[in-house]
Design a protein around this ligand. Structure first.
Ligand code: SAM
Length: 323
């Protein structure tokens, strides 16, 4: 990963690298072309969480080893080689579940190193696990590794994990979507090396008012992000929380507003590994009771498509006697 937030500590690399995997961009392009032309049968053959052949791309969760999925734990316990995402994966988790496996830190390694490493181990009959922080599908750059491996005949699949925004909302004891407060949730990142100014939509999400904006990879840029919001005339009192190392033993929570959070984060000295949450849902205040346990519970399912999700959820919950 090339993000400025990524910790460059690399203490556990023990495997010599081959660099004969071909150009990964060619592999990515070829896989993309294939994907556009035909659907992958495995989409219909497997569900998330199923046992599957190949190299699993496992979400380690936010940090606390207890927040790893059961599927992830089983795969790690059976692994011979675990290629992990460095400092964003809690070493406690590696100690607990991967004590017997060879560990390779992926930080600072490019695809040219990583792909032959995983391919060769897999072809030698080893159980290989690629371990990403949180969920691999959120700012994990997993698909390019998977495409490059698949292009070389090595099957891969995702094993989801708890993304850090979910750990942050649990820590804050709130919901990211909250009736009448936040109807939408945005997972986003600020402009920088990867995103241009035009691709940074944080101000637009905040402008919408009923969005909880979860900013990944933005700890080092809290001041710039808040300054931009103030320049765009957003309310300085808009709630903001910064959760450093959500679910880790040294987790820290900083609560503030668009107007004062930058000072607080700078005072705490965090430049990486925190999630920034903007919006009224941060406080968990001001919401209204939901239809689900109100009108819908009393009236049963409605007929309109727009209400299907609520109606089905209501049906299921009611059948389960959850009320
Ligand atoms: C490369 S992204 C990976 C995100 C990860 N795939 C996920 O789903 O959480 C790294 C960023 O995720 C956020 N992050 C990851 N773990 C975190 C944690 N335990 N607490 C707070 N933020 C975290 C930080 O913003 C960090 O800069």
């Amino acid at each position: 990963m090339t993000d400025t937030e990524t910790d460059k500590t690399d203490t556990e690399t023990t495997t010599p690298m081959r660099t004969d995997g071909g150009d990964p961009q060619d592999a990515i392009d070829a896989q993309g072309k294939r994907r556009r032309e035909e659907l992958d049968d495995r989409i219909f053959e497997h569900s998330a969480g199923d046992e599957q052949e190949g190299i699993p791309f496992v979400g380690a969760g936010p940090g606390n080893p207890r927040l790893l999925t059961v599927a992830g734990k089983e795969l790690l316990e059976a692994a011979d080689l675990v290629v992990h995402a460095g400092s964003l994966v809690n070493s406690e988790l590696l100690d607990e579940y991967c004590a017997h496996a060879e560990l390779v830190n992926s930080v600072g390694k490019d695809l040219e190193e990583l792909i032959p490493l995983m391919r060769d181990a897999y072809e030698d009959g080893e159980n290989v696990v690629r371990l990403h922080s949180g969920d691999p599908a959120i700012y994990g750059a997993a698909l390019e590794q998977m495409d490059a491996l698949e292009h070389e005949g090595v099957p891969t699949h995702f094993v989801p994990g708890v993304t850090s925004a979910f750990a942050a909302s649990a820590t804050l004891r709130t919901q990211l979507s909250l009736n009448e407060v936040s109807n939408h949730v945005a997972f986003t990142r600020p402009q920088g090396k990867t995103l241009t100014e035009a691709e940074d939509h944080i101000s637009e999400f905040v402008e919408m008012g009923d969005v909880t904006t979860c900013i990944y990879l933005g700890t080092h840029a809290v001041r710039e992000t808040m300054d931009r919001l103030l320049e765009d005339d957003h309310d300085p009192e808009t709630p903001v929380a910064v959760i450093y190392h959500a679910s880790w033993p040294d987790e820290d929570v900083i609560i503030g507003s668009v107007g004062d959070i930058a000072d607080k984060v700078e005072e705490a000295g965090y430049r990486a590994s925190a999630l920034v949450v903007i919006g009224d849902a941060v406080t968990g205040a001001g919401y209204e009771r939901s239809f689900l346990y109100g009108d819908w519970a009393n009236r049963g399912s409605g007929s309109s498509d727009a209400n299907d999700a609520d109606a089905q959820a209501n049906e299921t919950e009611t059948q389960a006697g959850d009320d």
